[in-house]
Design a protein around this ligand. Structure first.
Ligand SMILES: Nc1ncnc2c1ncn2[C@@H]1O[C@H](COP(=O)(O)OP(=O)(O)OP(=O)(O)O)[C@@H](O)[C@H]1O
Ligand SMILES: [Mg+2]
Length: 257
């Protein structure tokens, strides 16, 4: 099946779905084009997310997944030169990173960025240093009992899975609307992946919208409501996550699984 067949089929699906739920459209990414210097990397990416949805953003190495997340979070690098990003009626495309963060975007990068020398609880408290505050630390501990057990331990000495939990927990301590997760399952054992997936479902049930970028595409697709697949900086699929799981040819072509 060609790119175009996928796009037109999914385009039709999307149009119908959006007609039913236009008002629920929450994060809209429209034709974003972003560059590292002269390198044109995010080549006109568009997709919508509804409030409380989990979207899996997938694609091979170098497809532009991290660059797309960084563009949405307005990191500046890559530089957004065209297109619009709207979150809950706010124009993120007109904002810098700190303004996008104040408007509810939280990017959890691949390296997790736990602050050395601070305990688990100090890492969480630091996230609450400036308003607007999100979840209380007690509420975060209810979701992540392992972090409560390790509250006095230095954050950088946690296991990989616990560090990932801490970086998600830290994001929730701020008042966020959308969680952007870059490879949260990287390097983690399957049982820990399952534990984090369960937690992400609970976070969705509390109204947070999530984009998950993952090399572990099957795990991300099982978690997600919808999937967008990128290839060389462009969207080649936008549709249900289950359909990607069911479509072996599509997975082989764009995900090499
Ligand atoms: N800082 C940078 N400067 C120049 N080019 C970059 C930079 N970061 C990434 N790129 C290029 O942009 C393209 C997309 O990279 P990106 O990191 O967004 O891909 P990805 O889909 O996240 O890949 P992976 O699965 O390996 O994490 C790649 O060709 C990469 O070499
Ligand atoms: Mg990446």
């Amino acid at each position: 099946m060609t790119h175009v067949e996928h796009l037109s089929r999914e385009g039709t699906f999307d149009k119908n779905r959006n007609m039913a739920a236009t008002s629920a459209k929450y994060l809209s990414v429209w034709d974003i084009q972003a560059y590292y210097g002269e390198s044109f990397i995010v080549q006109g990416v568009s997709f919508d997310i509804h409030e409380g949805e989990i979207l899996a953003l997938l694609g091979r190495n170098g497809a532009g997944k991290t660059s797309t997340l960084r563009t949405i979070a307005r990191m500046g690098n890559p530089e957004l030169k065209h297109g619009e990003i709207w979150l809950d009626h706010q124009p993120l495309h007109e904002m810098k990173a700190h303004q996008a963060a104040q408007n509810g975007i939280a990017l959890v990068p691949e390296d997790r960025c736990i602050i050395p020398g601070l305990t688990v609880e100090e890492n969480l408290k630091l996230a609450q240093i400036a308003p607007p505050h999100g979840w209380s630390i007690e509420r975060v501990y209810e979701l992540f009992p392992r972090l409560k057990e390790r509250r006095t331990q230095e954050g950088t000495t946690l296991s990989g899975g616990e560090q990932q939990m801490l970086s998600i927990a830290r994001a929730l301590c701020r008042d966020i609307k959308v969680l952007l997760l870059d490879e949260p399952y990287e390097g983690l054992a399957p049982v820990i992946v399952q534990e984090i997936a369960k937690t992400l479902e609970m976070i969705r049930d509390q109204g947070i919208t999530t984009i998950i970028v993952e090399q572990n595409a099957v795990a991300a697709l099982k978690l997600a409501d919808r999937a967008v697949i990128l290839d060389i900086g462009k969207v080649v699929y936008d549709g249900s996550a289950q359909e990607v799981l069911d479509d072996e040819a599509l997975r082989a072509k764009y995900l090499a699984i």
